[in-house]
Design a protein around this ligand. Structure first.
Ligand code: HEM
Length: 413
């Protein structure tokens, strides 16, 4: 009997599917060629994998972000646990609130504030690497990729140094933030992480109202545009977003990027010989193995794409790695090539919600890889310690990345 293969669904491209975690390209290629505009009837969502469609959706001001606008019972509502108390953070706001809040946050957090922070970021990275001196093997994720971005954000917000370990634990507890079906333990952990962040930040915001400093929280309190200022909720939810969105993603960029270099030693060698290739190499790391797997939007009634109309409330999932590896956008799209001329990727999203932390993420990655390559002139995967992918919905990263350094090696530059 001729058995038809069932159409892929949102579960096919989820972090819970081991095949997708381990071989995303194969699955994304199949979907892109057989179902470029895929309708998942089980959750009434559209799934996009072509770069041109992803760009169209992200740039369309008539497509929304707020999960409250999605159909009742949608996966998006489940993911954001939408109830009568739900309030979107900047990431999920629509205009006019999104524009107002983003403009105010951008006054305090922008390329200039990142440039001013750069010496501190270098110091943080250098101190963390000092602590690895003399070790013949270490887990890059635990010892560096996780604590580094967290310490940077703590510096940006000027929060107590002794709170950094708590921050990391709260942030890890929130790893399942975008899990549509968390276990009771994961849900409890998520609530604990979020409530702990919120309570701590509320206390700090109250203190900074009284005593402002040269930190991002004080700048968010001060930021104004005419009569407009940020409300307390907007300040706290933005700080929470920076702490969470800027943490797991940067950890995953460092882990995925180092793994890509180790799997392509000729590319690592090119970078060692010519450090001027670093900015392009970071863009290729982002393109090749994006830390964010998809971005979600909510449709309004429209003609849609390729004769597949969108209807109001339908969720549209843009698969970032699908677009980044689209052969219509990139020649030899699955190759890792740090000298690739066309550096276009969707790993920071696009349009109105383009990642506000992109300048910081790029600076952190440049500093991290520059120091790592300098301090470890030769480095390899630890034999027998195969890297394992994390199961973190919406994100793609490594649980651990064990590296071996030859024992005679100089670990200080
Ligand atoms: C490699 C690191 C990073 C990646 C891959 C990344 C990725 C993204 C993506 C894809 C979006 C858009 C989401 C959407 O459209 O629904 C986004 C938004 C955002 N990101 Fe990042 N991000 C990274 C680092 C950071 C850092 C370091 C910060 C800040 C400390 C940050 C803060 C934000 C904020 C505030 C938004 C919301 C912007 C808005 O909705 O207007 N991100 N990020």
């Amino acid at each position: 009997m001729n058995q038809q293969k069932p159409s892929p669904t949102i579960d096919t491209v989820s972090a819970f599917n081991p095949e997708f975690r381990n071989h995303p390209d194969q699955i994304l290629d199949q979907i892109r060629s057989a179902h470029p505009v895929l309708h998942d009837e089980s959750v009434d969502a559209i799934i996009l994998t072509r770069a041109k469609d992803v760009a169209q959706v992200l740039n369309d001001r008539n497509i929304d972000c707020d999960p409250r606008k999605s159909s009742p019972g949608s996966r998006l509502r489940q993911v954001h646990r939408v109830d009568e108390n739900f309030r979107p953070s900047l990431l999920r706001m629509d205009d006019p609130d999104h524009k107002r809040v983003r403009d105010l946050v951008s006054k305090a957090f922008n390329q200039a504030s990142v440039d001013a922070l750069r010496p501190k970021v270098e110091q943080i990275a250098s101190d963390l690497l000092d602590s690895l001196q003399g070790r013949s093997s270490f887990d890059l994720i635990e010892t560096f990729a996780e604590p580094f971005p967290m310490a940077v954000i703590a510096e940006l917000l000027q929060v107590d140094t002794d709170k950094r370990e708590d921050f990391l634990q709260w942030s890890k507890a929130m790893n399942q933030l975008f899990n549509p079906r968390p276990t009771p333990e994961q849900l409890a952990s998520l609530k604990w992480g979020s409530a702990s962040f919120h309570a701590y930040l509320k206390q700090i915001v109250d203190q900074r109202r009284e005593h402002r400093g040269a930190d991002l929280i004080s700048s968010l309190i001060t930021a104004h545009e005419g009569e407009n200022t940020l409300t307390e909720w907007e300040i706290i939810s933005t700080c929470e977003l920076l702490l969470f969105a800027g943490n797991v993603t940067t950890t995953d960029l460092i882990g995925n990027g180092m793994f890509a270099l180790l799997q392509h030693p000729e590319q690592m060698e090119k970078l060692r010989v010519n450090p001027a290739l670093l900015p392009g190499a970071i863009e290729e790391m982002l393109r090749y193995d994006s830390p964010v797997t998809h971005v979600a939007r909510v449709a309004r009634d429209s003609p849609g794409i390729d004769g597949c109309p969108f209807h109001a409330g339908q969720t549209i999932y843009s698969l970032v790695n699908g677009a980044n590896h689209d052969p219509a956008l990139h020649l030899d799209a699955h190759a890792f090539d740090i000298e690739r001329e066309n550096k276009r990727h969707y790993s920071f999203g696009g349009g109105a919600h383009f990642c506000l932390g992109a300048p910081l993420a790029r600076a952190e990655a440049q500093i991290a890889f520059s120091l790592l390559l300098k301090r470890f002139p030769s480095i390899s995967l630890k034999p027998g310690a195969e890297p394992v992918r994390k199961i973190t919905p919406s994100f793609r990263g490594l649980e651990s990345l064990w590296l071996t350094v030859p024992s005679t090696e100089e670990t200080r530059s």
